[in-house]
Ligand binder design. Sequence first.
Ligand SMILES: Nc1nc2c(ncn2[C@@H]2O[C@H](COP(=O)(O)OP(=O)(O)OP(=O)(O)O)[C@@H](O)[C@H]2O)c(=O)[nH]1
Length: 215
Amino acid sequence: GDGCRGAAFPKPGASHPSLPPSLQVMLVGDSGVGKTCLLVRFKDGAFLAGSFISTVGIDFRNKVLTVDGVKVKLQIWDTAGQERFRSVTHAYYRDAHALLLLYDVTNKASFDNIQAWLTEIHEYAQQDVVLMLLGNKVDSAQDRVVKREDGEKLAKEYGVPFMETSAKSGLNVELAFTAIAKELKHRSMKLPNEPKFKLHDYVKKEVRGSGCCRS
Ligand SMILES: Nc1nc2c(ncn2[C@@H]2O[C@H](COP(=O)(O)OP(=O)(O)OP(=O)(O)O)[C@@H](O)[C@H]2O)c(=O)[nH]1
């Protein structure tokens, strides 16, 4: 059965700390910011070029990462950014351990909507949800309208870790999901003598630039 889905983290101090069978990570943000492409890049290492097919409702894929020698199974929920599917996605927030909130650096409106997304997250997600802000499509340097500093400033204002990514070139995609997996793993398995993991510091491993020539 799937009865463990959304199970709470083990109690701190439990004698055998262990990870929940899977950790739910949800991708949210306006339609067209690249949520599906980011997930496909992470899962399959590919970029789906061509026509844009909007996600209908919600979709998910699993990926197992090895974090500090421990296998972490991420169940990644790809939500539809379109307004008409909002009520569907609202129902999933509660079970999310982590949220990746995306905007598109070539689309100002998607950036301006981040505050509304944060309000929605505040309303529907767990209070201790792990949150990260991603500015996607940095490969499109000529079309960029949202400056890196704008993203940084907004993220700082809300105390949210921030990175710029490209699903097209792959820039920082693996790093973003690894950061989330590490944070979730450290939260649920507090091993003795293990230094505290700091997500805000870890995101500084981010590679700067457009990533245009990497893929
Ligand atoms: N240049 C560039 N284009 C991208 C990138 N990521 C996505 N795209 C393009 O942006 C469009 C939308 O991408 P999707 O991943 O389908 O967007 P989405 O956020 O899942 O959209 P919804 O499902 O409607 O919420 C597609 O045409 C992609 O090819 C990127 O990193 N760089």
